[in-house]
Design a protein around this ligand. Structure first.
Ligand SMILES: [Zn+2]
Length: 548
């Protein structure tokens, strides 16, 4: 039997608006959400979901219940199945029986509830102090934060002094004061407030409960940002700042923007980009990404354009690889070097920022560009290094179509069969059933204009490889074109080097018309039977980037 305590904890950990919202299009109406009832046929919405009561109710047919009831009635699940489904979503393990695990979970849940009440008290105190501290108000005004925004995010101020919370918390000496991360126990039992002289940003979980704080100094002090410590309530690897405030924005746009700072989130929301959240002084983790992908189909990671930003972006990419899926999109946005999202949206406005979001680099493009930037792709050594660095990355990805596509693209750049590259990294690709299927595929590829040019380019590289000394430079140029420029320059380069120095003009023409592809390979001799196939990735990649 599943212990009742676990059911209770589960229902506090999931949000019924999310659970129902995945099947029913919900619109905010006052404190509740409304939509067309999934249990009876109707044209005007009488189905209501209450985030505070965590119930749905239909005024038309009387359907009524919790998240568990919804899964049972809407999807026909059994009770146990519904509990497991929700638990998986919430990252909880269903206890088998009324075991120690079950009791622990119940204890943890009640402790968390108690601690979150301590956090509420502290937050209310900080909000009050902000109103009474002109210097803190002025600081926020100077940063461009409106009063409305400060209220929406519950901003506050922790004043100077060591034990301000003594009269605020139920018991300053209790261990819970430490567990909540509000009080530090120093040497010889001296206790003092963790947050002093800082502007306070409450961190809420997706249900709106305060689980931690970020405190920012107003002047030059260090550290600039101080976060709540890891504890029973707060884990920075799991939580995101602004996720509660961004819920509607994410639901409306289907996307979520991940930035690095509290201030970025606050200002983006103020300017109308209401789907922004921030990591809390840590790289984006797989847990973060899994959490976000449950709510949005597209994640856009925003990073500063400097080298630190690119390193952080790369860490996010590495953490994202194991949880990628073909129906979700992960993109990377790099700001101009002198900007962070906060300064950019203030100076350039929302439209300019939304344009950056729109044009963000797809994960695969970022991956390939970053690898290419690390070595000289025109040398065998550089390409070998790229191949070696690709291997662990590809192996982290689940078996999805994107993984195959990345291998196809990369093989094109490296002058390999896709199958060769796949076998190098230790993967086996599905092969066409009949041997004739392959040559047929090759001819079809040859018919595409972009592909035919890519094939030529590849041929030029091959020719250069076996050519006279002056062909080295040519070859290098062609390889660069094939590698990481746009489709246009790539194609042009391939044609030029193919037609002029090596007398490939005829073949180039033939290829462009789509008929001479195989013929070139045979005549050229230097090329490989799959010259065109390997090149195919180039053309499509270039096109994909341009189109994105
Ligand atoms: Zn109904």
């Amino acid at each position: 039997m599943i212990p009742q305590s676990f059911i209770q904890e589960l229902l506090t950990r999931v949000d019924i608006v999310d659970v129902v919202g995945r099947s029913v299009k919900l619109k905010k109406a006052g404190a509740n959400y409304q939509g067309l009832c999934p249990f009876h046929n109707e044209k005007t919405p009488s189905f209501s979901v209450s985030p505070t009561k965590q119930f749905y109710h239909c005024f038309g047919c009387g359907a009524h219940g919790s998240s568990i009831n919804f899964l049972m009635e809407h999807f026909g699940m059994g009770f146990v199945e519904a509990v497991h489904e929700l638990a998986r979503d919430a990252g909880l393990t269903v206890p088998e029986d009324n075991s120690r695990e079950g009791r622990d979970a119940a204890q943890k849940a009640s402790q968390q509830l108690a601690l979150s009440q301590w956090m509420d008290r502290a937050a209310a105190y900080y909000r009050l102090r902000l109103k009474e501290t002109p210097a803190a108000i002025q600081y926020l005004k100077d940063r461009g934060v409106s009063g409305e925004t400060a209220k929406r995010f519950g901003l506050g101020y922790a004043p100077a002094g060591w034990r301000n919370l003594e009269g605020v918390l139920p018991d300053y000496a209790a261990e819970d004061a430490e567990r909540a991360g509000l009080v530090i126990a120093g040497d010889e039992g001296r206790r003092y407030d963790r947050f002093r002289e800082r502007v306070m940003f409450p961190i809420r979980n997706p249900r709106g409960q305060i689980i931690g704080f970020g405190g920012r100094v107003m002047g030059a002090g260090e550290p600039k940002y101080l976060n709540s410590p890891e504890g029973p309530l707060f884990s920075k690897g799991h939580e995101l700042y602004g996720l509660y405030e961004a819920r509607e924005g994410i639901r409306e746009t289907g996307r979520v923007l991940v930035v690095e700072g509290y201030m970025d989130v606050v200002m983006l929301h103020q300017y109308g980009c209401t789907y922004a959240v921030a990591t809390l002084g840590t790289a984006t983790t797989a847990v973060h990404i899994t959490k976000l992908l449950r709510q949005a189909d597209r994640i856009v990671f925003a990073f500063d354009g400097d080298s630190a930003g690119r390193r952080a972006a790369w860490r996010a990419l590495e953490n994202a690889l194991p949880v990628l899926s073909d129906t979700k999109q992960l993109d990377f946005l790099f700001l101009p070097p002198e900007h962070d999202p906060d300064s950019f949206v203030r100076e350039e406005g929302l439209e300019a920022f939304e344009a950056l979001v729109r044009d963000a680099l797809p994960l695969s493009s970022f991956l390939l560009k970053e690898l290419a930037s690390r070595g000289d792709i025109t040398t065998p050594e550089g390409r070998a290094r790229m191949q070696a660095e690709l291997k662990p990355l590809v192996l982290q990805m689940p078996d999805i179509a994107l993984r195959t596509q990345i291998l196809v693209d990369m093989a094109g750049r490296l002058g390999l069969h896709t199958e060769e590259l796949a076998s190098y990294v230790g993967l086996q690709l599905a092969r066409p059933a009949a041997p004739s299927g392959r040559s047929g595929q090759g001819r079809n590829f040859g018919g595409a204009g972009g592909h035919a040019r890519a094939g030529n380019d590849y041929g030029a590289r091959q020719a250069g490889r076996s050519g006279a000394s002056r062909s080295d430079g040519r070859w290098g140029g062609a390889a660069q074109g094939a590698g990481f420029q746009g489709a246009g320059s790539h194609g042009a380069h391939g044609d030029a080097s193919g037609a002029d120095p090596y007398g490939r003009g005829t073949h180039a023409g033939g290829n462009r018309s789509g008929s001479g592809h195989g013929g070139w390979t045979r005549e050229g001799g230097a090329g490989r039977p799959d010259g065109g196939r390997a090149g195919a990735g180039d053309g499509r990649w270039g096109g994909a980037v341009q189109g994105a």
